[in-house]
Ligand binder design. Structure first.
Ligand code: DGJ
Length: 333
């Protein structure tokens, strides 16, 4: 009798604690904490690695590789999260669930998804890196009528006939859409313009002869800043940047974005996000802190960059806050 009452009390206490911890985690977050677990609004660590951010009206969508533990290994998954403040992210599900296309080996990889919204066709066009043993070097495309999917795989190809590994997304202030891709045999990476309907890569703008992947670009005060990491697989390295007044170059030499010995504070570049607020324009570095043996636990390093007159610097990571309306950030030491 006593035991059963004790059991009931223990069960009640457990349920109470689980509910409490979920509600604590689901509370509105004010602060972005680089390198820490980043709970979504359901309290689960965000699974959007190698990701990209697409802003539609005043909502940000974060697409990325889901590396969650419970996924079916037959498929590759692209997740989608949405947010109005870049801090609290709601999980909208895995918007692409894809089996190996065109009977590729079951060891195929899908990496670094990036989504563009085409104003003319009203389609959401997702670019992917599709590979087998990192030798196939293909780009892939999937489309949807909605930002939250489902996305339908369309094709894979080598853009303009070139090998393509890591991809990066850039939309210029005039709305023109570009893709950055690593082209190893040419000794560097390319910036290329997408076709009008975004269903193809149309025009090479630059071949930057630097061995860089995880390529990202921002146009800040009329100057293009391009950054990326070295080619060290999942291991971090000192990421570097160059600038140019035109996407066609000429590009400056590459310089470090952070103290060399920190290896970009253990992260790898993913995307640069420009937040244009009523008081300030802020540029955010978003990167991945990969954990190759426990991929689901890989973390994110997001920090506002110090950027002005051709100089760019990633400050030492520390918790911070952003007000997306004003563009202002507060660094919490
Ligand atoms: C580095 C790339 O940036 C990642 O996306 C991934 O392809 C790893 N290499 C694989 O080693």
């Amino acid at each position: 009798m006593k035991t059963s009452l004790f059991k009931k009390q223990a069960l009640f206490l457990t349920l109470f604690l689980v509910t409490l911890s979920t509600s604590v985690l689901a509370q509105k977050q004010e602060v972005i904490r680089p390198g820490e677990l980043w709970p979504d609004t359901d309290g689960n660590h965000i699974q959007a690695h190698g990701g990209g951010i697409t802003k539609i009206k005043n909502t940000y969508y974060w697409y990325g590789e889901s590396r969650a533990k419970d996924l079916d290994p037959q498929y590759r998954y692209v997740s989608c999260y949405s947010s109005k403040d870049l801090t609290n992210w709601k999980f909208n599900g895995n918007v692409l669930k894809m089996a190996a296309p065109d009977s590729l080996s079951s060891k195929w990889v899908l990496e670094r998804p990036k989504v563009y919204f085409n104003l003319k066709t009203k389609k959401y066009v997702m670019y992917l890196h599709i590979d087998v043993n990192y030798k196939l070097a293909n780009m892939g495309i999937a489309v949807s009528d909605s930002p939250t999917g489902p996305f339908r795989y369309v094709k894979r190809f080598r853009p303009l006939g070139f090998e393509s590994r890591d991809i990066g997304q850039f939309i210029d202030d005039d709305g023109t859409a570009y893709i950055i891709f690593e082209d190893r045999p040419s000794g560097g990476f390319r910036i290329a313009k997408l076709s009008d309907d975004y269903m193809d890569v149309e025009k090479n703008m630059s071949l930057i002869k630097a061995r860089i992947e995880g390529g990202a670009i921002v146009n800040y005060n009329g100057l293009y800043y391009c950054l990326g990491s070295g080619l060290t697989g999942w291991k971090p390295n000192p990421n570097k940047y160059a600038t140019a007044t035109s996407l066609e170059g000429p590009w400056t030499e590459f310089k470090d974005i952070a103290p060399v010995e920190t290896k970009t504070y253990g992260s790898q570049s993913s995307m640069l996000i420009k937040v244009v607020g009523s008081k300030k324009t802020t540029v955010l570095f978003t990167g991945d802190i990969w954990k190759p043996d426990t991929q689901w636990d890989s973390r994110y390093l997001w920090m506002p960059l110090e950027i002005e007159e051709g100089k760019l610097w990633l400050p030492e990571p520390t918790p911070w806050k952003i007000n997306v309306k004003t563009g202002e950030t507060t660094i919490l030491k």
